[in-house]
Design a protein around this ligand. Structure first.
Ligand code: ARG
Length: 719
């Protein structure tokens, strides 16, 4: 009886997992899912999706900056991506006087486009290099294997890239180290800001609405990629010309219905769908809550300074947004993992695996080994999060830690004059960058708090020896917290902020002077404690997990060959395709969410002067006049601002094109919904939704709100 119920549960679980789930490798679409895509509505031939011989959709998809996706939408290299992907570039282009972040910006013509630090990558080719990598790895395990892998990866990359600064390559692991693929890219480094809506549109709803549906954010920005006159990737030069792309996406303003086909190309960053119950439990018990608690504190101090002064708001905006984004994500992930008992679901899968593995020497101990590995690491997990999110969460301590490279050079007996000069020069540049972004007030508060929280949450025997004894000896006080006084002392005395002290040091750099610096001393107390006592434990834990994961996946391929052959590997920031439908959903009992949000909905959320829900006067005028141009939806008689689909995406996909059955752009993916925030570890076919900005809203913002019709005229519109 019990067994019967268990297998029913498993069948249901498998069914639940395999609906619009999947981040498919473009190269393998034909073998794996093309037929199903057609069944769902796709009208294109396989070679129109991905081809190496002719231009295809893949040629219009780019890696935008460090962690986003973008798409080419005109024959002059015009790029659409998210506002939050362009955010840092927009903030960098802004000053308090010309505040493009706050007020929006559209270049009147190409000469007014603004140079940025962003580079973009086009996928050149994909190659299966499993045999070669496996040969180099041999039968190794643990640290030895990890080191051999790094060596193998870098030798392949070197071979492919040589010294070409406009080429890039990565060798990535698939199925937890059971397969390796090489991806080769062309890198274009002249990317200019063409335009963006005001932040009140591009980030409308702020962190309150982030990761949630219904949603009313106009999350887009526009860039352009340039090439050299002779058609090659190039660094910025006034002589460069707009890129002539192999392919660009037509833009449909015809609209769509609930249930229509939708397809997303892009660069999902990471998922761990084969995470074990042990991993889930470590996340919900320790990793996520500790991260959330530390980010919560950092954000509060940053926010209170940002509210006082527009210059500080501009200075901290980008860093604040990225800390806040995953603060809310991990809080939501924990809640959803617990709510849907993902731990229990994973345990069921594991029980089933263990039963199958019985008597198979290669596999039968995998889960008892997992258990041992997690038990050994668990006592130190909080320390690890504290180092990353707490100690290194103080920008000053993170910056001071970078001086350890300098210390190494200075303490080398045979260091040449050039080596020292180079290290000093690097330190100078690093200091300038640090000071540009540094807000002392919030950072000092963060430091005081993190020192206090660390002392409360980390067991005495894991703390840096003598650190807190010294702190209390020097700064004990009944008036003010010793932590606050300690932090004040660090900020008062470090050479990081004191130009005279810094210049004295640079003129005569010694290890003794460095080691005496208050910020360096503080940072190193924690860093050394970590390096000496915990880093090897952490590496052992990670390497063992990698070995077990590889075995587990191999076992799954043996256990369920047909199913596994037809499946997709976890996201690893390589190009993937996801297909599904535009679709409404039911988030909870008695509640149904429509598949679109409208301009009227934006206006309804308007709160004058609010940090997150304010709107530009021009927006309100256009809305009142119902000046929708040709961008209104025929059925809704309103502008559709956002919509949702069942596509399987994750962070990194931000900015990805959402395409209809003909491969025409209908929107840009920019978020996931709260009810499915456990999606990195378990896809939920009923609740998972991708949140997209409707391209008709994008065009309305460019044309009507931004007065930049010439940009719309550059597109190939399908009406
Ligand atoms: N959650 C979005 C993503 O990760 C980013 C949204 C940015 N907005 C914000 N309020 N932080 O793609």
């Amino acid at each position: 009886m019990k067994k019967f119920f268990l297998s029913i549960a498993l069948v249901l679980f498998m069914f639940r997992t395999y609906a619009d789930e999947g981040m498919w490798i473009p190269l393998l679409l034909g073998e794996q899912v093309y037929k199903d895509m057609v069944k769902k509505g796709l009208k294109l031939k396989p070679e129109q999706l991905y081809s190496i011989n002719q231009s295809s959709i893949k040629d219009a998809i780019i890696i935008f900056g460090g962690g986003c996706t973008g798409e080419i939408v005109s024959d002059k290299g015009l790029i659409f991506t998210n506002h939050h992907c362009g955010y840092d570039a927009i903030a960098n282009a802004s000053t308090v006087e010309h505040n493009y972040l706050r007020d929006g910006f559209f270049a009147a013509d190409m000469s007014k486009e603004i140079q940025s630090k962003i580079s973009v990558r086009f996928l050149n080719r994909i190659e299966d290099v499993t045999d070669r990598v496996m040969k180099e790895l041999g039968n190794t395990n643990g640290m030895e294997r990890a080191q051999k892998l790094i060596a193998a990866q870098s030798s392949i990359v070197k071979e492919v890239v040589g010294g070409d600064e406009f080429k890039a390559a990565v060798v990535v692991s698939l199925f937890k180290g059971n397969q390796y693929f090489l991806y080769v890219y062309d890198v274009f480094k002249d990317v200019r800001l063409v335009g963006n809506p005001p932040e009140s549109i591009g980030k409308f709803g702020g962190d309150t609405d982030n990761w949630e549906w219904p949603r009313h954010t106009g999350d887009f920005s526009v860039f352009r990629v340039y090439m050299s006159k002779d058609g090659k990737p190039a660094n910025y030069s006034a002589d460069n010309v707009p890129l002539k792309p192999k392919h660009f996406l037509p833009v449909s303003i015809k609209g769509f219905k609930d249930g229509d086909y939708s397809m997303i190309f892009g660069y999902p960053g990471s998922t761990n769908r084969y995470e074990t119950s042990y991993g889930v439990k470590l996340s919900t018990d320790i990793n996520n809550p500790v991260l959330v608690k530390l980010r919560d504190m950092r954000l509060k101090y940053m926010f209170s300074e940002m509210m006082k002064d527009p210059a500080i708001k501009l200075q901290l905006a980008s860093s604040y947004a990225s800390i806040a984004n995953y603060w809310k994500f991990y809080d939501g992930e924990t809640k959803q993992l617990l709510k849907y008992d993902i731990f229990g679901q994973k345990q069921n899968t594991e029980t089933n695996f263990v039963a199958w593995a019985k008597g198979k020497a290669e596999y039968e101990n995998i889960f008892s080994d997992y258990q041992k590995n997690y038990e050994a690491w668990r006592p130190y997990a909080t320390q690890a999060v504290y180092m990353r999110e707490g100690i290194m969460g103080s920008p000053l301590l993170a910056y001071a830690a970078s001086w350890s490279g300098l210390e190494q050079v200075l303490s080398k007996k045979d260091a040449s004059k050039e080596d020292i000069a180079k290290a000093i020069n690097n330190a100078k540049v690093a200091r300038e960058n640090f000071l540009k972004d540094e807000n002392k007030k919030s950072d000092q508060n963060i430091l005081a708090s993190v020192l206090m929280m660390y002392n409360t949450d980390i067991p005495k025997e894991q703390q840096p020896a003598g650190f807190y004894e010294d702190l209390f000896k020097r700064f004990n006080s009944i008036d003010e917290s010793p932590y606050k006084r300690y932090a004040a002392d660090v900020f008062e005395n470090t050479m990081a902020f004191d130009g005279n002290k810094w210049n004295d040091f640079i003129a005569n750099p010694t290890t003794a002077a460095l080691q005496a610096d208050a910020a360096y001393k503080t940072s190193m107390a924690f860093v050394k404690n970590w390096n000496v006592n915990y880093i090897s434990k952490n590496q052992a834990f990670v390497n063992k997990n990698n070995d077990l994961g590889r075995e587990y996946m191999k076992g799954l391929f043996e256990k369920e060959p047909a199913k596994m052959k037809g499946t997709y590997p976890d996201a690893n920031f390589t190009m993937r395709v996801s297909y599904g439908n535009v679709k409404s959903y039911q988030p909870k009992d008695a509640v149904k969410y429509d598949f679109v949000c409208t301009l009227s909905g934006v206006a309804a959320k308007y709160v004058p002067g609010d940090y997150e829900f304010d709107l530009p006067a021009k927006f309100l005028d256009l809305y009142k006049a119902k000046d929708f141009g040709e961008y209104a939806d025929a059925k809704y008689k309103d502008i559709i601002v956002t919509f949702i689909t069942t596509n399987d995406i994750t962070g990194g996909n931000s900015g990805s094109p959402v395409l209809n059955a003909n491969g025409e752009l209908i929107g840009l993916a920019f978020d996931g919904n709260y009810e499915a925030l456990s999606h990195k570890l378990a896809f939920d076919k009923d609740l998972n939704r991708t949140i997209c900005v409707d391209v008709r809203y994008v065009l309305w913002c460019i044309d009507k709100l931004g007065g930049a019709k010439h940009i719309v005229d550059e597109l190939k519109l399908v009406k």
